[in-house]
Design a protein around this ligand. Structure first.
Ligand code: ADP
Ligand code: MG
Length: 240
């Protein structure tokens, strides 16, 4: 399988001298559903930030489908869709406008962009809000809008930074189903989470990060067997 993402020797020291990443190696194969699991402050968002070029790395190498972000940044970025941890769109703009503008950055034809926006807004149950200022959307709707926005240029890899943090269980389940559906269509998914249960439910492979170091990198089944645990998912337990 082709590597969608290859990270080697990645280090990040923030201004002020704090070392958030201490030399990370990661590989994600095309088609994978991959979890980067770790507690608050572990370095998950920093890793995502470097991959998507929002954060400058200090040392190391990142390649997306073989394209090094140092030498072929635009090409590498064209494969990636990012759902950031924090809402970062203009809250006075309506979802439709936000999505069409986003497609514009990637050179998508305006007519195609409108059709795509409608498709994703409908899939994500936002169509009846497409014309309203996005500040009127609930937290869950804003999160879904960010997913739609990340899909507008039809990336091969969707990266989500704690997409279900602070989202109620009902919506969380819908998001899980939607992400599974995208993955089954061939989109590689990388998500960060601090819920082990979520990683188990969704992901094939997992890396655990703590204090800027990858402390485990394996497939979900192996991880559970190493821990001598059958499952973390409550309602999958027999008899529950
Ligand atoms: P996570 O996403 O796993 O919660 P982060 O990658 O956001 O962790 O942060 C990792 C560490 O780097 C934390 O200790 C955080 O305080 C620190 N950090 C994050 N951003 C900055 C920054 N801009 N300047 C200095 N330190 C930062
Ligand atoms: Mg984070």
């Amino acid at each position: 399988m082709q590597a969608a993402l290859e990270i080697s020797g990645l280090k990040k020291t923030y201004k002020g001298g704090f070392q958030a990443l201490k030399g990370i190696d990661l590989q994600v194969t095309q088609g994978d559903f991959f979890a980067l699991l770790g507690p608050n402050g572990a370095g998950k968002s920093t890793t995502i930030g470097v991959i998507t070029s929002l954060v400058n790395k200090t040392e190391g190498k990142v390649c997306v489908f073989g394209h090094d972000i140092d030498s072929e940044l635009d090409k590498a970025k064209s494969f990636l869709g990012l759902v950031p941890q924090e809402f970062n769109f203009n809250q006075f703009e309506a979802p439709m406008k936000i999505l069409v503008n986003q497609a514009g950055y990637y050179g998508v034809d305006r007519k195609v962009a409108k059709q795509r926006a409608e498709k994703y807004l409908k899939q994500l149950d936002l169509w009846d809000k497409h014309d309203q200022p996005s500040r009127n959307l609930s937290g869950g709707m804003k999160r879904r809008l960010m997913i739609a926005r990340a899909l507008m240029h039809e990336p091969k890899v969707l990266i989500l930074d704690e997409p279900t943090a602070g989202v109620d269980i009902e919506l969380r389940r819908h998001m899980w189903d939607y992400l599974r559906e995208l993955n089954s269509q061939g989109i590689t998914i990388i998500l960060t989470t601090h819920y082990l249960e979520e990683a188990e439910m969704l992901c094939r492979n997992i890396a655990i990060i703590d204090k800027g170091t990858i402390v485990e990198n394996t497939d979900m089944k192996t991880l559970l067997s190493q821990l001598h645990i059958e499952t973390f998912v409550l309602d999958l337990k027999p008899g529950a």
